[in-house]
Structure formats: C-alpha cells, structure tokens
Design a binder for this molecule. Structure first.
Ligand code: ADP
Ligand code: MG
Length: 701
C-alpha cells in the first residue's frame, strides 16, 4: 500500500506543475511529506491587536485595526510607489507598496475598516509598513490561518512567483483537507503513552496551525523528540550491535616495541590525562570486542603520542596499523613526528597520499599485503580499494570533523574482521554535537595540557595598527622566535582569496626583506613537493615567517613558533580561530595570537573575536560557537553521514531533549537490541526508512 504522504507535490490542491517545480527547486519539497515537514521558523501571535500610537519601528510583526484614508503615488521610475494613510483613533501611519499598485487600489475601499499586518519601519520620521497583509475583519471568523500564525522561510524566487509564507501555510491547510485518514503514527503507542507524547497527526497539524502556546509547545516537543530519538536509536543500535557481532582482535601483550619506546624514546612523562586515556584504550584492545573510540582533546594536548602508543601495542601483537588524516600536510607532519619518536626502533613506517609516486605506491602495496609495513600514514588514499592489508589491527583517524560515520565505516569494510578504530578530533565539540556526530562511539577525553605551557595571549588589532604589529614581529624574530601569518581561504579555488594572500606576501616581504629575513609560503595550490619544501624551511627553523592559508590549521607542530598572526580574522569561524591559535604556545616562551581585522565589524564577528580573546578553553569555545552559529554551519555536520537532516530540532537549543531521548533509546535497545519484539516493530521500520539510501548501513551492522 502506498502512503498518501509519498504523493508528488504537484497533486496538492493549489500546486500545479510550475509551483511544484519551484517548491522542489527552492525548498526541496517534492512530496506531501516534504511539505508537512517543512516547519515554520517562528510563530506570530495574531490574537493581539496594537493601537497605532503603540507602534515603534523596532517591533516585530504587528496587527492593527483601522481605516485606509486614501491612496497616493509617490516618486517616479524605479522609485515609484503607492502609499496610503492608515489610521485608528490614536493616530496614523503610512502603508507602502512597490509592486502591484493598481491591484491594491482596486481591491481596498477607502474609509472601510481593515486589519493590517506587517513589520513597522521608519522612513522620513514617519512609521510605515511596507507591503502589509490586509484582511477584511468580516472574514476574520473564516480565515484559514490560526491565532499563532506560522512563518515559513521562503526565497526571493518564490516570493517573486507569489509563493509567500502565507501561501505555504495555505498549502499546508489544503494538504490536511486532502488527507482521507489521519496520518499514521511513527512512534509506537506504548512509547507515546509512557512519555505522554501527542499523536503525530495532531502534532503536525498544530505545528502549522497553532492556536495556543501550550499546545504548540507539546506539538513541537513531540516532533523534536521523534527526530532526535530516531537518530540516537540508529547510532546506538549501530554501536550495540557492532559490539555484539564483531569479534575484536585481542591485543593481550605489551611487548618489546612498546617497552623500548617507553623506556628509551619517550622524551617526557605522560600527563595524567594521557595515562587515563591509555588505560581506557588498553581495556578496549584487550576486551575481545572491536574498539570504536573517540579521542577528544584540545590542540596540543598530546593525542599523537596516545595514538602512537596504541599502535605500538597493536604491532607488538603482530598487527599492522594506519593513521588517516584529512590533509597531506598533516600526514607529513604525523610521519615526521612518528618516525622521530621511533628513532632507533625497528618498525617500518610509510606515507601514502595522492601525490605518492607510482613506484613507491607499488612498494607500499606489497609491504602492506605481506605485512612488513607496520605503520602506514595517509590521506583518503588509504581507503581506496587497491589498498589491501595483511592484518590491519588498529585504524586511527585524525579527522578534525572531516570524515563522517560513513567514511569511518569504509575503513573497517576492508576486513572481514574489522580493526579497532580510534578517532581523534582536535576540535573539541559540544556534548550534544558529539552525541550526534559520534553517537556510535565511546569517548575518551584528554582534558589536560602537558606541563609548562603558558596560555597564549590573544590580542586584537585593526588594520590601522599594522605597523605596530610589524614592529612586534621584528622584536620576536630578534629574540629567536618564529611567526605564522595566516590568510583566510574559504574555498581553495577562490581567486579573491589568493589575491589577498599574494598581496599579503608582497607587503610582508617588503616589511621583512631578505636576506635579513627568510619567509616561507604555503598554500593549497602549490605542488605537494613545493609545499613540503616550504614547510621544511619553517619546521627546521630556517624561515622566520611562514605565510600560509588555512592548510596549516591542522596539526602542524613547531614549538619554536610563538606568534600567530591571523589576517582578516573576522572571516574565520570560532573553532578555526581556536585551531590556528593552537599552533603556538607549544614551547616554553610566552606565545601570542594576534587577530587582525578591518575597522568595521559585524556584530557577530565582534562577538567571535571577544569570545576567542576571553577563552582558551576549546570546549567552552565550541559551545559558544554552537550557540552563535547553530549546528548547521559547524564544519562536518553536513557530511556527518548520519543520514538525517534536522528539520525541527536544534542541537544548540534542544540539548536537554537530546539527552532525554538518548537515555530512552538506550533503555529500549538494552532490552531488545535488534528491535525484534512486537512492540518495537514500528521503531525498526521507521529507523530503516529514515536511513539515507546511498549509505548502506547493513555493511557495517
Ligand atoms: P595534539 O595532536 O593533541 O594537538 P600533539 O600530540 O601534537 O598534540 O602534542 C603537542 C606537543 O606536545 C608535541 O610537541 C608533543 O611532543 C608534546 N607532548 C605530548 N605529550 C606530552 C607530555 N606528556 N609532556 C610534554 N610534552 C608533550
Ligand atoms: Mg595533532
């Protein structure tokens, strides 16, 4: 039986072929269901009427009862507009139209009472409302809309084609009229009863046509509950069933390689947090179940070392290991760090990236297949079909949000007996986001920096203070320190960004001329060999200044660099700023992060800069980021591969609901891991339906 909600949108009353095309293109609404789940972004109380004398230009939408005193045309050409004086017994305001002038004059009568609705503004000291909605009070009883009027986002193109927020609301009404039966509920009755949830049909209806705040709240709660619940149910079911189904390789011994490294090569003591995390990892590795663990830790907290020690345990037990990282530079950095740490210990480490030569590739392919290569470090190149391991025991993903659930899964697809997986992220993410992005993983946190680190001092200067900043750089270089200067690069392909970078290189070369100063430049358009040479120039200490785009955001570790200058810092997101700042403060000297910006800043940019100056705590910053930008913009949520777009819940605001439903999902799965009980059939079906088709979960679970 087909579900009426799958009906194509063109069959909805009021939507023909043309509108259906627009709705589909502009809003992704293709079916009845898409329409129903296109929720208002806010509601305006239409029970309240204002008097003209109460109106101020900073008010949101208001409605007023009064009469139109007369129409007038003003201005000419493109500025031609229709105005009307609208009055009640407390005063008058101006109504303004730029379009449909004739239609307006013909439609409304002078000196008859109307209800107008719109957002007050101010022009020439007079309060006005541009393009108000106008209603005949006689028809008030019959109006389709509700007391709390739904406001939907639309696009310019839709508006130009007369599909306004109001139209969408009307279409929602048509949809409910067209339904022959109530919408089938997607949560089982027992769950609805137990948690006092509204029925789906009612919740959907009220979400579009609300009369009372109390009902609306219950309706929205039900919808958010459901949305978050199914995500958690999916992730947790993945986690629980993976654990039950896969046998993990058991790493029972700690052997020579680990002990050699620990006693001979480890240059410092582990922090307490590193020790604790190592314990957690060792417990997993010996448990007989496959490890799927997330290692969170602020930049510079020493995750690489934890990764290396975990790999040594795997190697001691006869297995191969890999580290996958998102950029080539980062893989090179890892390669250098790890080969450095392993000096004098006989372990073959190789590097595999997109620019690895064919002959080297062939060599690696053989070494991986016969098991002689014990550590392979690489980019996405590692998950290509051609890469075959003899016995991969542990896969480490240094992902910085950039790999998703699906990509993670593709690593363990390589083997019938999947390796243990350790995911490292250096960008601390808020709990709610972690529960969603990494909800299928266990979590370890390194919440302590190695001793002796001085917190980085963060300063903000506008471009007019550039000379002062240059003087400061000279001073630091004179004292033997190195300096990063970073330019924003929103897209590697954008010309404008390179222009900024090129201009910057020129200006900085003028201010810091050779041979007194050595400047190194790195950006995404360079050949990887050249990048490598430039990086080496800086990491070896020969270059005083590294000018770079955000390619250095991740992972680069040069303890002698103590100054990070971020150009056009207003164009960076909070977590990016924090990441960049984390490149300094790694040595014993006091480090500085200087945020350069234009003189004029948007409110949001100013807030970001204030937050980054006032906090050095990555978790705190991540929470602020989530509040400021909302989860949609946070890097990685889109490609998370969870397979669900949030339509109504908001990870920034609905954290409590999220915690609540996660617990409920956990209880259900603990009792019935495969959701086979009669009671849970709806859950299983619904979960299947919500999973994105292109992502085949069956391969992993
Ligand atoms: P992350 O990857 O978490 O950003 P790294 O692993 O790159 O951090 O470590 C940052 C720096 O701190 C490196 O130079 C590393 O050698 C050093 N380091 C790591 N652990 C310790 C420790 N316990 N004591 C002192 N220094 C450490
Ligand atoms: Mg690192």
């Amino acid at each position: 039986m087909t579900d009426i909600l799958d009906t194509e949108i063109k069959f909805l009353t009021g939507v023909g072929p043309r509108r259906s095309e627009l709705l589909s293109k502009e809003l992704g609404i293709k079916t009845f269901s898409d329409m129903l789940y296109y929720f208002p972004y806010k509601y305006i109380d239409r029970t309240k009427f204002y008097r003209v004398s109460e109106l101020t230009p900073d008010m949101p939408h208001v409605q007023v009862r009064g009469i139109i005193e007369g129409f007038q045309t003003e201005g000419g050409g493109r500025n031609k507009r229709l105005t009307a004086s609208f009055r009640d017994d407390t005063g008058s305001i101006k109504l303004v139209w730029f379009k449909g002038l004739k239609w307006i004059v013909d439609s409304y009568k002078i000196n008859k009472e109307y209800i107008i609705f719109g957002k007050p503004g101010l022009f020439n000291e007079i309060i006005n409302i541009v393009h108000p909605e106008i209603e005949d009070p006689d028809k008030l009883e019959k109006r389709i809309s509700s007391n709390l009027q739904s406001q939907y986002s639309t696009t310019e193109r839709l508006k130009n084609n007369y599909i306004s927020s109001k139209t969408i609301n009307k279409l929602q009404g048509n949809l409910f009229n067209q339904l022959k039966t109530r919408i089938k509920d997607t949560l089982p009755l027992w769950l609805r009863t137990k948690y006092k949830l509204m029925e789906l049909h009612d919740a959907l209806f009220i979400s579009h046509f609300a009369n009372e705040n109390k009902d609306l709240e219950r309706a929205l709660f039900r919808l958010k509950f459901e949305e978050l619940f199914y995500i958690q149910l999916s992730l947790l079911s993945l986690k629980i069933n993976r654990g039950n189904r896969f046998k993990g390789h058991v790493f029972s011994v700690v052997g020579d390689k680990f002990n050699d490294f620990y006693s001979r090569n480890l240059p410092f003591k582990l922090t307490a947090a590193q020790k604790r995390v190592m314990k957690e990892i060792r417990r997993d590795l010996g448990s007989g179940k496959q490890m799927n663990r997330l290692l969170q830790g602020d930049v510079g907290s020493g995750k690489t070392l934890v990764a290396l020690m975990s790999m040594l345990i795997a190697i001691d037990n006869g297995f191969q290991t890999c580290i996958m990282a998102p950029t080539e530079i980062l893989t090179i950095q890892h390669y250098n760090t790890i080969t450095g740490f392993l000096r004098g210990i006989d372990i073959e480490v190789c590097l595999l990236t997109g620019s690895t030569k064919k002959s080297e590739r062939d060599y690696i392919a053989i070494g991986l297949r016969d098991g002689t290569i014990k550590i392979i470090i690489g980019t996405h190149a590692l998950i290509e079909e051609t890469v075959q391991f003899k016995n991969l025991g542990l896969a480490i993903i240094d992902e910085q949000h950039r790999f998703g659930v699906a990509q993670r899964a593709s690593i363990w697809k390589k083997d019938r007996n999947p390796p243990h997986v350790l995911v490292m992220t250096a960008t601390p993410i808020p709990r709610t986001l972690a529960m969603t992005l990494y909800g299928d993983l266990d979590v370890s946190v390194i919440d302590e920096l190695p001793p002796g680190r001085k917190p980085v001092r963060t300063l903000h200067f506008t471009d007019s203070a550039r000379l002062k900043v240059f003087a400061f750089i000279r001073e630091q270089i004179k004292a033997g320190q190195q300096v990063y200067i970073v330019y924003p690069l929103i897209k590697e392909s954008e010309k404008m960004d390179y222009k900024d970078l090129e201009d910057g290189v020129e200006a900085i070369t003028r201010a810091f001329p050779p041979p007194q100063y050595v400047i190194s430049v790195v950006h995404g358009r360079m050949k990887s060999k050249d990048k490598d040479i430039s990086m080496k120039l800086f990491t070896s200490g020969q270059a005083n200044i590294l000018i770079a785009t955000t390619v250095i955001e991740v992972g680069v570790d040069v303890p002698n660099a103590s100054v990070m200058i971020i150009e056009s810092s207003e164009r960076f997101g909070l977590s990016q700023l924090h990441q960049l700042r984390g490149r300094v403060g790694r040595g014993a000297k006091q480090s500085y992060c200087v945020l350069m910006s234009a003189d004029k800043l948007s409110n949001e940019a100013r807030k970001r800069i204030e937050i980054i100056i006032s906090s050095n705590d990555g978790f705190e910053i991540a929470e602020a980021d989530l509040r400021l930008r909302g989860p949609g913009d946070i890097e990685g949520t889109k490609q998370s591969g969870i397979g669900f777009d949030l339509k109504i819940a908001n990870l920034g605001k609905d954290g409590q609901i999220l915690e609540y439903v996660r617990k409920i999902a956990e209880d259900i799965l603990n009792d019935d891991p495969l959701l086979q009980k009669e009671n849970n059939i709806i859950l299983k079906e619904q979960m299947k339906k919500l999973r994105k088709p292109e992502y085949d979960w069956s391969k992993i679970s």
